[in-house]
Write a protein that binds this ligand. Sequence first.
Ligand code: CP
Ligand code: NVA
Length: 304
Amino acid sequence: MLHLRNLWDVDDTTIRRIVDRGLTIKAGILSGNPPPLLAGKVLGLLFEKPSLRTRTSFEVGMFRLGGQAIALKHYEVGLGKREPVADVARVFSSYVDAIVVRTFDHINVQQLAEHSSVPVINGLCDTYHPCQILADLLTLKEQWGDWRGRRLAWVGDGNNVCHSWMIAAAITGFQLRIATPESFQPDAAVFARCNELSPGSVVWSTQCDEIVTGTDAIITDVWVSMGQEKDAEEKRRLFMPYQVNQKLMEKAADHALLLHCLPAHRGDEVTAALIDGPRSVAWQEAENRLHAQSGLLVEQLSTV
Ligand code: CP
Ligand code: NVA
């Protein structure tokens, strides 16, 4: 049984197979013939935080491939409050064929997986966001043919999305160059594990100019992640030098792309001119959530 608690659960071959499955499904959907690969399957989703892309893309993906989805909100379930996480896992997994969970503490994802009889997918927690990176790799494959050997820059907060990019770099063979303020650098254990698996796959500095120079893409994300709103004012001041704007973009390669998982805060982490401009692939990334996750579900649930 393949869980996706974070990207450490998959290897290079599996990530590439998921991306390729997603591209095949995308071609089927675009030609009006999505294959009914998940007929009779039901996906259960559980959300403790808001979502547009994750919820819709998983639900639509199931529907398009012949299955169904049921999404529950935190106040309906009370994960770990109304009943223990392990009991939720046992019961929910007796009804559905796979579970997506968006939660705060990664331990909830781990406990769900431990006690679930079906695959558990992390739909974002405070520490990881693996589904986003599957969609982004699919997007890079469309743009570049492959992402191996490329140099990508992460600018902003050393957060959940950053951690998942780091793991992808170490596993699939590219370099992630990270620029964050000193006090918001990525998790030291994730950093160490990445460089242990693939020395030099992740590098970190406070100097964003130096980090982005010559890179093939700049990636950014909100400065204030869901659940961290109390830090908003302090972070806004501290992060302003890390805004991705035209001046910073010019330091990257001429062909460099801009990636953003969305939602975007124009004027904070990225300027409107860039996110709405020709270098931005943010809308392709958002659309590709649907296809990459369909590839993931087929990898987990289909016998084909
Ligand atoms: N990028 C992303 O996960 O979007 P949502 O929060 O809308 O699901
Ligand atoms: N880092 C952001 C990602 C949103 C998709 C958050 O956790 O809110």
